[in-house]
Design a protein around this ligand. Sequence first.
Ligand code: BGC
Length: 761
Amino acid sequence: MKQYLKHHEWHIIEEGLDPHTNKISESVFSIGNGRMGQRANFEEEYTGETLRGSYVAGVYYPDKTRVGWWKNGYPEYFAKVLNAPDWIGIHVRIDDQKLDLAKCKVEDFKRVLDMKAGLLMRSFAATLPDGKKVRVESKRFCSMARGEVGAIRYSITPLNFSSKGTLSIFVNADVVNKDSNYDEKFWEEIYKEGSEGIAIVTAQTKKTFFHVTTGMRYVILSDGKKIKPERINIEQREKFSGNIVQLNLEEGKELVVYKYAAILSSENHPKEKLVENCRKVLDEAFDAGFETLFAEHEKVWAHKWEECDITIDGDVAAQQGIRFNIFQLSQTYTGEDERLNIGPKGFTGEKYGGSTYWDTEAYCIPFYLGTAEQKVARNLLIYRYKHLPKAIENARKLGFKDGAAFYPFVTMNGEECHNEWEITFEEIHRTSAMAYAIRDYIDYTGDSHYLAEFGLEVLIGISRFWAQRVNWSSDKNKYVILGVTGPNEYENNVNNNWYTNYLGVWTLKYTQQAIDYVKKEDPKRFSEIVEKTKLNEKEETANWKEIATKMYFPEDEKRGVFLQQDGFLDKELLRVTELKPEDRPINQKWSWDRILRSCFIKQADVLQGLYLFEDDFEQESIRKNFDFYEPMTVHESSLSPCVHAILASKLGYKERAYEFYLRTARLDLDDYNNDTEEGCHITSMAGTWMSVVKGFGGMRVKEGKLHFNPFIPDKWKSYSFRLEFRNRVIKLTVTKDSCETILESGEPMEIVLKDEVKELK
Ligand code: BGC
């Protein structure tokens, strides 16, 4: 855990440049706009520790799988989120020296992320090896209003000298992925141009043949007036195009560079039009200018914050935490493009690759349901509907048949591209996250028609998978599910993971309900689905029912707990508090062998099931399981503390709930798991939102009605959030001694507040 960032309600602030935390800051201060994004790398050259990263949504590379022992059924590739062409570069030389913060004395360094406006700022004074001192200030943003535009204001002021300087202002597609399996470069040059004031490069990804055209224009001002540089040289090499601008630097005089970039991909433009369209986008941005572009951008952010801000009074760390999470989520996925999804690292790092994990369905959908128009969550569901044929193919590759659908753990286009057998083959619970999300969406929106349109086909495919994945144990006289990995990835190849068995059975039952519903409400569509899926309704559903009634669930009646898997009680049952601080995080300190044999749990597993299906269990049973498993949970997955926060809230463990909240909300800000330098944990940020709304606010939807059962953490004076719910906007404000619900827009409705029905007008 590191606590070097200053607390502030709207800003993330770093003071002083520490090379050891630079990569963490690069992740935390990342900016994006749903179409593209980038880490908070420096504009100037930096030879210190850095992970340069710029990403364009949907553009990936299928890196050939690298494993020690090839297993049949392995995906051929791992889809890498690609480090895309760099558009931020402004390299500075003063006389013969490079401005490189790793080689200068740096004072007054400050990096600020203004979350309200979506603006990254940086300032410092640097003394070069020969004693020349300059002050630099930079501001940049990825426009929320024009998804293909980025803009930078970069200023230099000589503090103790007048001399000659050069600026290299460029776009560069000669970039690498740190996690490339074979040290390959993924981009090839297709086109470049460069002349005074402008540079454009089109690069193509190998194998996937995406084209990305990156262009830049710039202007340099002094005293508000455009200056005429001494000389401009065109600088070009492979995949690189820019200008080298020679200038006179005058002591005390600020020079300001405005750099405008346009980043277009063949996902959104015909390849042959990319350069032409890039010029157009670039010219429009240049003509609008930095201030106009920024004003438009700020307006979009203001609107976003109106929709989804959560305010917390009396606790700046908590306020900053929740806003940081909402900020990152909003700039990762805007819901406008149904081909896109929410990658676990968003636009903040390479790790994990792919764009879509079960994280989307299990964690992110509730956030978008609560804060955006209904179509956003619906688009996320349709994304999976469109991948159904691939899910069937994934299952077929592993030997399943007759339309069984096995959704991938990681994917870009529906194909599985995760490369660890324990997860690829065994972490099968993920396929039912898609089924759960359908129910979640329908419960929240009331859009049951979704079942007939898209949902049922998906459910049938997933149920078929479960029906083939179980096997009958004549020893137990029950169905069992063998050789799995549950959500807790610190156990592999276990039998009867309680969560997996529960989810499988739930899916079979829910599919039956969905069949009954569609058959009754839309018989014509039902016949179409039967025909399309070749459903043998009678036989298949009878089999599903038989499995659901005869499934085996491991439990310990004495303790009153469900067992994470067969044999769990044979372990030495220790508490996390017994671990030495130097042993944590265990995934960085212990051998895998030691982790697998230990009782320590990476993330909510049995508790994940109790969270998703809380209404199926008595409060006392949830309590016993929480008290048993929580002390063994190391929370080394970002997805863990939020589930614990929600359950702790439900159980009335207010202090614990608050601790878990802080941990989830500040996971990246305080680098809890020592891994933020690889990127932020974007998908778990939706869990942070849930900790407040479902945890402290006690929000649930039951039979079409919104329920709230709020409490307020001791440290807080008040908190409030808004929810979009069935064409209405509801605001809940909780103080120490009151709880106010307001209908901000939409038709009157009833809600249930602390078990009392209340009419909102
Ligand atoms: C978690 C998975 C999750 C993945 C991406 C892993 O550490 O164990 O459940 O899907 O991260 O967020």
